[in-house]
Design a protein around this ligand. Structure first.
Ligand SMILES: Cc1cc2nc3c(=O)[nH]c(=O)nc-3n(C[C@H](O)[C@H](O)[C@H](O)COP(=O)(O)OP(=O)(O)OC[C@H]3O[C@@H](n4cnc5c(N)ncnc54)[C@H](O)[C@@H]3O)c2cc1C
Length: 531
């Protein structure tokens, strides 16, 4: 392909890149999006966080912004740039409203929000931030609205070059001037000149060498990577150009990675999960049932953010845990009683019904990943756990569950359920890495920083390739935060890059409510009101 010169080239066509293009094209003549894959529509996510979206206002959802920002910062032990958190909160409703107005509504679809965030304990503090992309008929999850969004961008004048991979950035006199790209089919390289480049290339979870370097514990505690395209190449290209990245890892991990009994976690890391080779997904892994270590002993409070399971298991032999439940617990009434949030929630706006969960368990029994037994002795043998220890753990757990008080680890009473009759079930579980979240350091204008903290002219980053926003484990009780972080900062990067590094006074987004100081030299308008 022969490339022209562009005002803005966006690398990556997913959540961050698409929203960057949506705002960039409002103020620029020539915007190009490149992506190394054939398509990215399927990557647009269904649960998107915000404060004060139209859907949330319709549903009467009220979130205290100050409380949420304090929570996010405390959750990360202040290992974040709090100005980035604030700018996210102030702008998070904009991409959600833009998608609803421009992409969903013309097709009869819409965003829905609920006030469902009932947790009372400190560790399970929750906020009803999620906006769910909802089909015309009130259902969700099958729809790939990302394809509609990409089509809309094309109609707005954005050019696309698929299967085109960023290899290196071109830097002259300290300014990024363009990119060297490779066509993934012909393998030919090409040069693209651009006034500004926005990197939206996601994380590095599919690159084992980078995982070993930047997140070695994650490589041990995760059994599967659900982001097989995330090779870290955008982060590396920016580092070559003088950028710096976060020094500590951050990631989003599900506790749903079922592995065969006897797995050695240290050398088990599966990346290529394209169906039908997608083993190991066990949705009930995210339910706070009894969980024991490989010695058959209970070792923690199972009721915490998903990723905490893997953090706790990392202090146990073998880096894995074993979840134990019985037939009764798979009924709708009992699963509802656990009241989980986000995508582990029973029924809409979660993913599964109780019947679908049971079907998945039956599939996993056939795969040999879930064990079923009539007695605890038989279950222990099938799970290769010491029989005496498992029996003692279950007996103790039942005692606590029956008196509705967890004297050992403090699990909430409504999440204690005794395992008193068979058939019994169990599965070895490790983490499923959805994405890495540590990335290039950026300022509040999404400009990529060098080791002196100065912006590299012409270079922006947004989404999971950018950092400063997360640290350690993902706060999953703030549903939809990663997609929202990617979309909100992508949108800001596109808008600011199109204005040569200045925040524009006006934009196409919903009316401003008030003005807030976001950095020493920058005034930003906010769409979200304090609630
Ligand atoms: C199964 C699953 C479900 C999820 N559900 C949710 C959810 O409901 N809500 C939520 O908040 N989060 C969810 N997440 C997490 C969310 O998907 C990510 O946080 C989000 O996709 C990040 O968006 P991004 O644009 O930064 O990066 P990505 O979505 O990873 O996209 C990066 C893009 O860049 C392209 N690319 C990479 N390198 C190059 C290169 N060198 N040259 C050209 N192109 C390149 C890739 O092909 C890709 O299209 C989910 C994750 C998974 C795996």
């Amino acid at each position: 392909m022969k490339y022209n010169n562009y005002d803005i080239v966006i690398v990556g066509a997913s959540n961050a890149g698409g929203m960057a293009a949506a705002t960039a094209i409002q103020n620029s003549e020539k915007v190009l999006v490149i992506d190394k894959m054939k398509s990215a529509g399927y990557l647009y996510r269904d649960t998107i966080a915000s404060l004060g979206s139209k859907a949330q206002k319709r549903a009467g959802v009220k979130i205290n912004k100050t409380k949420l920002l304090n929570f996010l910062s405390a959750f990360a032990q202040d290992n974040v740039d709090q100005r980035l958190l604030r700018i996210w909160a102030d702008h998070s409703a904009e991409p959600v409203d833009w998608i609803e107005d421009n992409i969903l509504k013309p097709r009869g679809a819409y965003m829905s929000a609920t006030n469902d965030a009932p947790y009372k304990t400190l560790i399970n503090t929750a906020f009803p931030t999620g906006n769910e992309v909802t089909n015309k008929d009130g259902s969700y999850w099958e729809m790939e609205y990302g394809n509609w969004l990409l089509e809309k961008l094309q109609n707005l004048g954005v050019e696309f070059s698929w299967q085109t991979k960023l290899e290196h950035l071109i830097v002259k006199y300290g300014r990024v001037k363009g990119l060297i790209v490779r066509n993934e089919v012909s393998k030919e390289t090409d040069v693209i000149y651009a006034k500004n480049v926005i990197i939206c290339t996601g994380g590095y979870g599919a690159n084992e060498a980078l995982m070993q370097k930047w997140n070695p514990l994650g490589l041990k505690t995760n059994m599967y990577s659900d982001s097989q395209r995330d090779d870290g190449s955008g982060i590396i290209a920016a580092i070559e150009a003088g950028a710096v990245k976060d020094e500590q890892p951050a990631s989003i991990v599900f506790n749903r990675g079922a592995v065969p009994v006897g797995t050695n976690a240290i050398d088990f890391y599966k990346i290529n999960l394209t169906p039908p080779n997608d083993p190991g997904y066990l949705w009930l892994g995210s339910y706070p049932f009894l969980k024991v270590n490989l010695n058959g002993e209970r070792f923690f409070n199972e009721s915490a953010p998903y990723q905490f399971d893997m953090n706790s298991a990392s202090k146990q032999p073998g880096y894995l845990e074993v979840t134990i439940w019985n037939e009764k617990m798979m009924s709708e009434a009992v699963l509802k009683q656990f009241h989980t949030l986000g995508c582990s929630r029973l029924s809409f706006p979660g993913i599964f019904t109780a019947e679908e969960a049971q079907e998945e368990v039956n599939r996993r029994i056939k795969d040999g990943l879930v064990q079923k037994a009539d007695t605890i002795e038989e279950l222990a043998n099938k799970l290769q756990l010491p029989v005496g220890n498992l029996k003692r753990s279950i007996t103790r757990y039942n005692k606590l569950a029956n008196k509705k008080q967890d004297d050992d680890f403090g699990k909430e009473d409504y999440r204690l359920y005794p395992i008193e009759s068979g058939p019994y079930y169990g599965a070895w579980l490790g983490g499923r890495l959805l994405a890495t979240l540590d990335g290039l350091r950026v300022n509040t204008k999404m400009q990529v920083l060098n080791n002196l903290g100065n912006a590299i002219p012409g270079l922006y980053a947004a989404g999971n390739c950018s950092g400063g926003f997360f640290w350690g484990s993902y706060p999953d009780r703030v549903p939809g935060l990663t997609a929202s972080h990617a979309m909100t900062f992508g949108m800001l990067a596109g808008r600011i890059a199109a204005n040569d590094g200045k925040l524009p006074n006006s934009s196409h987004v919903p009316p401003k409510v008030h003005t807030v100081k976001v950095a020493d030299d920058v005034e930003a308008s906010t769409g979200a009101s304090e609630q």
